[in-house]
Write a protein that binds this ligand. Structure first.
Ligand SMILES: Cc1cc2nc3c(=O)[nH]c(=O)nc-3n(C[C@H](O)[C@H](O)[C@H](O)COP(=O)(O)OP(=O)(O)OC[C@H]3O[C@@H](n4cnc5c(N)ncnc54)[C@H](O)[C@@H]3O)c2cc1C
Length: 416
């Protein structure tokens, strides 16, 4: 038996390997990662690592001894470039860029995503940085220390987290966002507007509906960001956070269905049912309703879907329903999200956004969909519990923030 090869050694890959062992899988497991380092957590890269309060070592998921003890062969610094599935009684084969060949009878793709890169003139100037891996973060941290004018292109979570770190270091910071509001893909306008005001209160300039047309530079280094209206923003450091592209190239090579990500079903099976995929590289059925397809870039999804994929590989399909959750720390602003608010038709704000402590509950047809909670872990936890239990909290009562949500949940959970 040639065992399982997991391509991609990060949040989803590590979970998949560990879950296989927890489920009693005893055949060899080989996990191959293109990065030079043992698997590590990414979320701190735009938070504690960037501020300098966490070092690289502290980000590792597990020690080398853990992988050895669990019988997980970890190959770092090698990219898989070619895959052939098992056929005619022969094992499948994964080949890395160095020519190493790894036989398998089960295959998991946990290859994640790469940052979307700008292609406007001047995009290759020195000082224009992206943030996906620890090398990116190290470079950003080092450059930030010597920078004075920082422009962040993209007002999504990672851009805003990096902007908060830069501003806390007293840099002159401007966030340029093409859409008419911040974090538009993930939160409602009321939350977007809160973040705009909160960042501006702290001295960051936020430009909305503003497109970047190019970059100016001297001696190969960036000196400014050229906006579509002709304005030039002086900059000695530019951080670009304009989303990611799922890595689908290996899946495409295998002829697997891809549609803005590797298409998987609720059991993490790709269109070739012997191959599973998990994490940022996938598009999956809505994790609560099963309807439509979503792409979730989150630790929770990577971990949950990887556990589901492992169960599928060992032939013991798992419970797939799971309440998505996410967090984003932007300086002192701690956002926690449970559920998916897409498709909401009404919402209720609990608390006052000016206090920087509030929550927004989203509804469709009167049914609770999700919560965005800012510095309000209590509301977050109650909504997450309600969604897990499949219980709605009436919108008309939730709007009264003097009533604890847990009281409303308890009342709603009682039948009749
Ligand atoms: C800066 C930053 C901050 C974040 N903050 C949060 C947060 O606050 N909360 C949250 O929930 N999520 C956050 N995320 C998202 C979260 O980290 C991702 O959802 C998670 O890492 C996805 O894990 P993954 O294993 O699917 O993919 P990835 O972490 O992208 O890992 C994929 C791995 O596969 C490797 N790989 C790709 N192709 C090959 C190949 N052909 N051969 C070998 N190896 C290959 C890659 O090099 C990479 O190491 C953040 C992400 C970033 C970058």
């Amino acid at each position: 038996m040639s065992g399982t090869v997991i391509v991609g050694a990060s949040q989803a890959g590590v979970q998949l390997a560990m879950s296989l062992r927890e489920l009693g899988y005893t055949a060899p497991i080989t996990m191959v990662g293109a990065e030079a380092y043992p698997p590590y957590q990414r979320p701190p890269l735009s938070k504690e690592f960037l501020t300098g309060t966490a070092g690289h070592e502290s980000l590792s998921f597990r020690t080398a001894a853990f992988y050895a003890d669990a019988g997980i062969e970890l190959i770092c610094g090698e990219r898989v470039v070619d895959l052939a599935l098992p056929a005619d009684g022969r094992s499948g084969l994964a080949r890395t860029a160095t020519g190493r060949e790894l036989a398998f009878d089960r295959l998991a793709l946990t290859v994640g995503a790469r940052p979307r890169r700008l292609t406007v003139p001047g995009s290759d100037l020195d000082g224009i940085l992206y943030l996906r891996d620890v090398d990116d973060a190290q470079q950003l941290r080092t450059r930030l220390a010597g920078a004075s004018r920082v422009v962040v292109v993209g007002g999504g979570f990672i851009g805003l987290e990096a902007a908060a770190v830069a501003r806390a270091q007293d840099k002159d910071v401007t966030v340029v966002e093409a859409a008419d509001r911040l974090i538009a893909r993930a939160v409602a306008p009321v939350v977007s507007e809160f973040y705009r005001q909160a960042h501006e209160r702290r001295g960051t300039t936020v430009l909305l509906s503003t497109a970047v047309a190019g970059f100016s530079g001297t001696d190969g280094a960036v000196t400014g960001v050229l906006l579509a209206d002709g304005t030039e923003l002086p900059a000695d450091l530019v951080m670009v956070g304009v989303g990611v592209l799922p890595r689908t190239e290996l899946a495409e090579q295998l002829g697997l269905e891809c549609d803005g990500g590797i298409v998987v079903d609720a059991y993490a099976r790709t269109s070739e049912s012997s191959v599973v995929a998990a994490g940022d590289c996938t598009v999956l059925p809505h994790p609560l309703t099963g309807e439509g397809r979503v792409r979730l870039e989150s630790v929770h999804n990577a971990v949950h879907q990887a556990a589901v994929a492992a169960a599928t590989l060992v032939g013991a399909p798992a419970e797939t329903r799971s309440v998505p959750w996410f967090w984003s720390n932007q300086g002192q602003l701690r956002l926690q999200i449970a559920g998916l608010s897409a498709g909401f038709d009404s919402f209720v704000v609990r608390g006052n956004t000016d206090d920087e402590k509030f929550s927004v509950l989203y509804y469709r047809d009167g049914e609770l969909l999700a919560v965005d909670a800012v510095n309000n872990p209590v509301d977050y936890m109650v909504v997450r519990k309600a969604l897990t239990q499949g219980v709605s909290i009436p919108a008309d009562l939730a709007g009264d923030s003097s009533t604890p949500l847990k009281t409303l949940l308890a009342a709603a959970a009682v039948p009749g």
